[in-house]
Ligand binder design. Sequence first.
Ligand SMILES: Nc1nc2c(c(=O)[nH]1)N[C@H]1C(S)=C(S)[C@@H](COP(=O)(O)OP(=O)(O)OC[C@H]3O[C@@H](n4cnc5c(N)ncnc54)[C@H](O)[C@@H]3O)O[C@H]1N2
Ligand code: MOO
Length: 428
Amino acid sequence: MQRNRRLIDDCFLHDKDRLKHADALAILKERVSRVVSGEAVPLEAAHGRLLAEDIHAPRNVPAHDNAAVDGYAFASRDFEATGGFFPVVARVAAGHPAPDPVPAGGAVRIFTGAVMPEGLDTIAMQEDCETHEQDGLRFIVIPPGLKPGANRRKTGEDVEEGALILASGAKLRPQDIAAIASTGKAEVKVWSPVKVALVSTGDEIRRPGDPLPEGGVYDSNHFLLRSLLETVGATVTDCGVLPDKAEIVHETLADAAKSHDAIITTGGASRGEEDHLVTALDTLGKRHVWQLAIKPGRPMNFGQIGDCVMLGLPGNPVAAMVCFLLYARPVLTVLGGGEFTEPRRYQMPADFEIAKKKPDRREFYRGILATDTKGVTVARKFERDGSGLITGLREADGLIEIPEETTSIDHGEFVNFMPFTEMGLFAR
Ligand SMILES: Nc1nc2c(c(=O)[nH]1)N[C@H]1C(S)=C(S)[C@@H](COP(=O)(O)OP(=O)(O)OC[C@H]3O[C@@H](n4cnc5c(N)ncnc54)[C@H](O)[C@@H]3O)O[C@H]1N2
Ligand code: MOO
């Protein structure tokens, strides 16, 4: 594995001499660990947070055998003796204790969720039963064919007492919170949010709402990254837009590093005369990654200023988003107490052709999910590759990944598709 790329400061490296995607991921993974501490939050505030404790079931869920339907509970062993004809001897509704033990051959009127009376194991749905009144008593006729245990939910069938429900680091989804609530826990320990300083750079960059001078460009990356940071639950300090002035860049980064877990910058990542981020990182701290064999995003850099992680994303919006999803997202997740995970890849037939791709680098195209004439889901490529085209990001449902060794793609060939929804974005 290539290490310590900090000595490489040449933007014009051949791809074979740049750091490969897998090696960059390995370095990131090796260099980062959790920095946040835990805090207790009520379940109402737990959605999307990363769990900071293992959660075991303190009791069985459900806590008792109970009815899955409204109907009549009976003992299956009595069925043959009574021929399915049972006196209704008691009644039990959800939320009430089970009746006293029922004499042999008796049935109990029961409602969904009610505790199963002792000794009874099967429930007939009320729609399937006939009822008769005789001598002030109610009888039911239960049709044959019900399997013993039908319509009964067993104690602990959802979760058994003591079972691990969720492990520390899990990102809490609505159904996870439901599972925690079902155990009776009202509060959970979660990791506190990662504190991120967000920095835009470039003399040309202006904030929306401000007038745009000639040559000016609005700061779309700030809003792109701020929204992406929300998907990993980070809190964001807006460090504004820095001009291309080395001292200001140095001062801002040095200052931000003192009070943040991570700094994310955009722009100035390559080595033009006006690009100061890498020099600042080298002066103030240590660079671990720079110049990747990928497209887009090759000037992405990663390092640390003291204990503060720095991720220098390229200025081109497409490169900024791709680098965030591929590298910043797992890094911030680990800093925040989660796992370093790679997005899942789905194999899909390509609805495009590539006659010639450069070897030695991994390319990530903006991919659109489409349906072909046979109803098969295929991966279509946004036709233009420009790294400044936010339109491509908007059209896309994810990224198409073309590995280093692949130099062409035929129509219909399987390609890796990485849906944005697996990288924290919501579906449109
Ligand atoms: N001689 C070389 N030139 C370039 C190289 C190279 O290796 N050698 N790499 C190219 C690649 S690849 C990329 S990506 C860009 C990124 O470089 P920087 O990170 O230094 O970005 P800038 O030069 O500052 O800006 C690039 C581009 O993006 C626009 N930009 C910047 N910030 C924002 C923002 N906050 N919101 C919207 N748009 C932004 C900026 O105006 C430029 O158009 O460098 C290539 N050049
Ligand atoms: O990172 Mo750049 O986007 O390859 O143009």
